[in-house]
Design a protein around this ligand. Sequence first.
Ligand code: PMV
Length: 332
Amino acid sequence: MKKSEAASRILRGKKLSADLGQCAEAFAPANIALCKYWGKRDQTLNLPVTSSLSVSLGQKGTLTKLTVTANPVDTVMLNHQPVDPSSDFLRRISTFLDDLLSADRCHFHVDTHSGIPVAAGLASSASGFAALTMALERLYEWQLSATELSILARLGSGSACRSLWQGFVEWQAGSRADGMDSFAVPLAASWPALCIGLSIVSGEGKHISSREAMQRTVETSPFYAAWPLKVAKDLQLVKTALETQDFSLLGRTAESNALAMHATMMSAWPPVVYAQPETIETIKKVWHLRDEGLPVYFTEDAGPNIKLLFLKKNSPIILKYFPGAEIVCPAV
Ligand code: PMV
């Protein structure tokens, strides 16, 4: 099924035209998966092989304003800089708008501000597509349910379906071919003491997209068959950790899940390694500090940057050992 067909199941009968100069704005937080999404059962609709679970990053995310223009093409500003019309970044936005609104739609000026390095494995596309979806819904006054918005955001980038909420969010994989049962839901859990430290090893773009890397992993890794089993176990463990506020269980599970995901990519062919020397140094520092008795764990996505997991009371000592880390305590 095409993306436009899936989108029209939600937008059928809704207004798809807008007046010149009309505008709308929305913010969506970035999210970090504690139990990862890695591998699609449908590449077009971004339908995942497994469910996943994330925590959103509070005020760290993307703010996007859409304005209807008379231009024959979309124009995009990212953090006050014009985006190259031939770039992948702009093409992905325009294709998403085509898929949702049809190819003979009006065009937009998209003014987007991202508080996180773009395409460095820090979930900038997740918050980007979630903010874009929410801005469209406001502009056209679609009055969609959160579930429908989550499905639309997923068509832009899989993990974007989790960025519609703050706090802990589960993306339920679903099993339908049209993806109408593959969306995220917010979890009731709260954990005010949980903190995430963003340790930026490199803000540079990634050498291989998560889309390509996950497909290569699904097709060539001899370990991929073990991944859904690992996720099924880890999802339960993360939920138990949230219910019982067991930080060491949460940290252990998230770290082991991330390492297992990277092991599947390393065993793909050609292999995929996102880590840089500084990534490994940071990981070893985490292990060393843990050996010394400090409860700190990490997770890593499709990029070289490490996200530290620790409790608020340990923020000063974390900052002492990771002076560049940006601390977010998001889950109220
Ligand atoms: O949504 P994508 O295509 O950017 O993939 C995200 C994949 C990971 O960040 C590595 C894992 C996840 O669940 O967010």
